[in-house]
Structures are given as C-alpha cells and as structure tokens.
Design a protein around this ligand. Structure first.
Ligand code: GDP
Length: 317
C-alpha cells in the first residue's frame, strides 16, 4: 500500500496489547515512521520470577517487529516452552507462560533496568533490534500498577487476568495516583496533530494511560484532534474481558457506551458497521466502517479510514 502523505502530520496512538498492536501495525504500514509514536499501557506490567514483564509493550513490539504469535495475541511465533516445563517441574510459579525465546526480552530488559536505564530507553533499544522505526514509548518510566477490585478482594492485574482467567467479577478498576508521564511522552503529545485511541480495552488499557499525569489534561486542553476506535463490535469484545467488564460495571455492552465513556475527550469515534444506527445523537463526530482487523491488510485499511476521518475533522475544526 502507498504511504499517505502524512509528512506534515504527527500522529500519536494510545495502545494496549492486542487491539492496540493491530492498529499500531496498520498505522506503521501507511505513516512515515518519523511521524508515528505509539504510547503503550504499562499498567499490566509486573515482576515475575525476578524479571520485569511488560505485556502490552511486548505485544506491540513483537507485532511491529513481525515476530508475534498471531494465534495467542501475546508472545512470539514459533516458541518453545522448555524453560516453563522445567519451572513447573521445580514447583515454581508456572501460571504465567514465558516462552524460551520471549524470555530473552525479559532478561535483557531486566538487566538494563537494573543497570539504571529508563524503561523508555530500554524499549527503544529493544525496538531497534527488531528494526521497528516508529517510536514505541511506555506511558511512564515509573511503576503504575492497575488493580482489580473484585468481591473477593483487590487483585494485582495479572493475578486477575491470567491466574484467575478474568473470571472474578470486576467491581472497579483501581489506578495509581501520582504517576507521571516521561519527557518523551510529553514531547510526542505536544507535537501531535492527531491522537488516536486504539480499539483497546477502555478500562484496563486506555484508562491507565489517561491516568498518567498530565496526559488526560493535555488531550482535553490542547487543540489536536482525538479519535477513538471501538473495541466493542455487535455487543461483544473481539477478544478479552472488555464486554464482561462492562456488564459487571453496569454499563451497556455497546460501542455507544464506549464513546460515552470517553465523553468530551474525543472529537471523533469510529465504530463498526454491525452497530450502524446505534450511535445517533452523540456529540462526537462518527465514522461507521469495518473495524474488525482479521489480517494485516485489514489493519492498514482501518488505519487509513481512521486517519482520513481524523484529518477531515482536524481540517474542519
Ligand atoms: P490487551 O492489553 O492485550 O488486552 O489488549 P488491548 O486492550 O489493546 O486490546 C483488547 C481489546 O481489543 C478488546 O477489547 C478487543 O475487543 C479489541 N480488539 C481486538 N481485536 C480487534 C479488532 O480487530 N477490531 C476491533 N475493533 N477491536 C479489536
């Protein structure tokens, strides 16, 4: 596909793992890399077996680097699992799967962090090794753990998501206070012409990014056009717990409810053809298109639709 002429447009995409990585990949196919920054949720990060694990950063990195496992939505293609088998044999914690090759990422990251590098520097270093040209940035260099409040108590995100297979009903998502954005994130947002919110989980992927000071305030105050893409299609999530969480938090499981959740923060909302007619009366401008990204070609097509819509909105503001 030809690169669109975005030479004068700086684009920032806020992303979680699965839905975020897919749209990021579509954008990377059509936007010149120097004009594209992906700001990634690190609220899911945790320490496991002594290693710093950054699931969403890795999903975005492996996807953009062309080494992701397309079947799982996490980890690398062509993995082997000998280390995990050995961990299990030693009665170690085997509830979080780390593939043999994937482990190298966590080892290098953990060592570099221990040596005093920032997560931003480590992420850029790792992305260079995968020949990834757009700037992939963690939302913060400091820990910002997301917690999930359930009937049985409050769980760290990965304990709820992976260990408990997101089954305990969610009462509330608890985000940390006083997490600050990095200079790199601030600069990207200051320079951005268009900010896209990927079709990521609004509550546990996008909200943690918006919670990082002063990202939400910047999006509210600065003149860039902000466009979100729905993760809910036909009343269901494509993958993961977004729909189940919405029901548990007494929200209608609809694209409309996602748009209302983002409220005045967004200028435009992209939703799926399956939901045509269900978003009338919203204040945000709307684009109805095919939002299900089954293939790399779908990703680029959706990215092109979203950017064309966002540029039209930017031109009319
Ligand atoms: P996570 O951090 O790995 O859970 O990943 P994200 O939050 O980035 O992505 C999860 C969300 O992506 C889910 O709510 C899915 O419904 C959504 N999603 C995944 N694939 C697609 C797709 O092809 N199209 C749309 N519209 N949403 C998608």
């Amino acid at each position: 596909m030809n690169k669109l002429d975005f030479s004068s447009h700086k684009i920032v995409c806020l992303a979680g793992g699965v839905g975020g990585a897919k749209l990021a990949d579509g954008l990377a196919q059509i936007v010149p890399p120097q004009n594209l920054t992906i700001i990634v949720n690190t609220g899911d990060d945790f320490e496991h077996l002594g290693l710093t694990i950054c699931p969403d950063l890795d999903t975005v990195m492996y996807t953009l680097g062309g080494v992701a496992n397309p079947g799982t939505g996490w980890g690398r293609a062509g993995e082997s699992w000998r280390t995990m088998e050995a961990v299990k044999q030693l009665a170690g914690p085997d509830w979080f799967s780390l593939g043999d090759v994937d482990l190298a990422t966590h080892l290098v990251r953990t060592q570099m962090l221990k040596d005093g590098e920032t997560l931003t520097a480590v992420t850029r270093h790792l992305c260079r090794q995968f020949n990834i040209q757009p700037d992939v940035l963690p939302m913060s260099d400091w820990p910002a753990p997301t917690l999930i409040e359930t009937d049985d108590g409050t769980l760290p995100f990965q304990a709820w998501f992976v260990k408990e297979r997101w089954q305990p009903p969610v009462k509330q998502v608890v985000l940390p206070e006083d997490v600050r954005a990095t200079p790199a994130v601030l600069k990207a947002l200051e320079n951005a012409d268009l900010v896209l919110i990927a079709p990521s989980n609004p509550f546990v992927s996008v909200a943690p990014i918006l919670n990082v000071y002063p990202i939400r305030a910047m999006l509210e105050d600065i003149p860039q056009t902000v466009v979100a893409v729905t993760p809910i299609i036909g009343g269901q999530a494509v993958k993961g717990p977004a729909a189940k969480m919405m029901a548990e938090m007494d929200l209608p499981v609809t694209a409309r409810a996602v748009a209302q959740y983002y409220g005045d923060l967004i200028d435009g909302f992209v939703f799926d053809g399956q939901d045509a007619g269900s978003l009338e009366g919203l204040s945000a401008a709307q684009l109805c298109t095919d939002t299900w990204m089954h293939s790399p070609v779908d990703r680029a097509r959706l990215a092109q639709d979203v950017l064309t819509f966002a540029m039209q909105l930017a031109g009319s503001e």
